[in-house]
Design a protein around this ligand. Structure first.
Ligand code: KDO
Length: 336
């Protein structure tokens, strides 16, 4: 009997081939690819609803959409690694998460850069995004299919206005403001004048309730969806970040779809984002009244003071060093 002898390189090639073949065949069981989507968002968040109602039915002839909410499959900020290693097919990711791998992405996570939902879409569809998208695809194996609108983030505190009256960044001195746990988020918290505390989204309600933080920042629809209004007293409408998430999709899965299926996935992601954006915008307008009825104090601080302080913090420190030349001007030129 003859035995086959392989050198280390040949063994590695065989192992990688086996892994890829088994991954692809698992992912394509029953002729349908399974698209596991993990997010810290709840099932009632508009982005989750749009993906279920718009994305999933559009791809149903060849893909089974399998959502996991409240970070129940993959913890917040680890989704991109999970897609890269084949443990996940989809996520709703942030520029702050991408900045962990590619510091240039922090430009899209910077306070007072995006002006509104329409500006975000223009920026995402402009050729300025091409090198950013190509880098993520090549180096992480993740495709950014569309841009979702999370909303304008505001400062939401446990303390009432008679205790903390937020007019300028100096009023946030010493305030323990929960921010998500990546560098780009923490820097934004500092730029607002607060003392940022890193924490996963799923822990925020309890942290507010037990007073282990003073506040958090999120758009109004999130404040309502996560019921933060039950454990806070005021919202200062700082609008410090017109927040976005990208629909992230596995490149390995994409490459195994035919061109019609790819076009269907692409369109479904854009349509889902558009549907969620319209509802989110409507909610942002409507929810002020609801939150006031719940007893929250809602007011606009000195926005010029916040904007100039935040912009100065980015431009006058090394936070803006990774931004490629000319991109900020290009983003600004696409706004009003
Ligand atoms: C949050 O952790 O505050 C945040 O709003 C950050 C977003 O990028 C996004 O991850 C979001 O949480 C989750 O989708 C939950 O809404």
């Amino acid at each position: 009997m003859k035995y086959l002898h392989f050198n280390i390189l040949q063994k590695l090639i065989i192992l990688v081939t086996l892994l890829v073949v088994s991954f692809v065949s698992i992912a394509f069981a029953d002729g349908h690819v399974t698209l596991r989507m993990s997010t810290p968002a709840s099932a009632t968040d508009q982005r989750s609803i749009a993906l279920e109602k718009v994305f999933a039915p559009a791809v149903a002839s060849f893909a089974k959409y399998e959502p996991y909410y409240n970070a129940s499959l993959i913890k917040q900020n680890s989704e991109l690694e999970a897609i890269a290693s084949g443990d996940l097919e989809m996520s709703i990711t942030s520029a702050q998460e991408l900045a962990q791998f590619f510091p240039e992405f922090s430009i899209f996570a910077t306070g007072y850069v995006h002006q509104d939902a329409a500006h975000q879409v223009k920026v995402f569809n402009d050729s300025l995004m091409d090198p950013f998208k190509a880098m993520v695809e090549k180096e992480l194996g993740v495709k950014l299919l569309s841009i979702m609108y999370l909303g304008r983030r505001h400062v939401n505190l446990r303390q009432c206005k008679d205790e903390v009256n937020v007019q300028t960044p100096s009023d946030l001195a010493g305030i323990n403001l929960r921010m998500p746990g990546t560098d780009a988020w923490q820097f934004l918290g500092k730029a607002l004048g607060a003392n940022p505390t890193p924490m996963a989204f799923t822990e925020v309600y309890t942290a507010l309730q037990t007073k282990s933080v003073d506040g958090q920042d999120n758009p109004l629809p999130t404040v309502v969806d996560a019921k933060f209004y039950e454990v806070t007293c005021q919202i200062a409408l700082t609008s410090h970040l017109v927040d976005l998430n990208y629909v992230a999709f596995s490149k390995a899965v994409w490459d195994n779809l035919n061109s019609d299926q790819q076009a269907t996935v692409q369109k479904a992601a854009v349509d889902a984002a558009e549907s969620a954006r319209q509802i989110q915008l409507q909610k942002e307008g409507d929810l002020v009244a609801f939150l006031k009825e719940q007893g929250l104090e809602i007011y606009e601080p000195n926005l010029a003071a916040f904007r100039s302080h935040v912009q100065k913090m980015y431009l006058e420190t090394d936070a803006s060093d990774p931004w490629p030349d000319g991109v900020l001007d290009k983003i600004n030129s696409l706004g009003n």
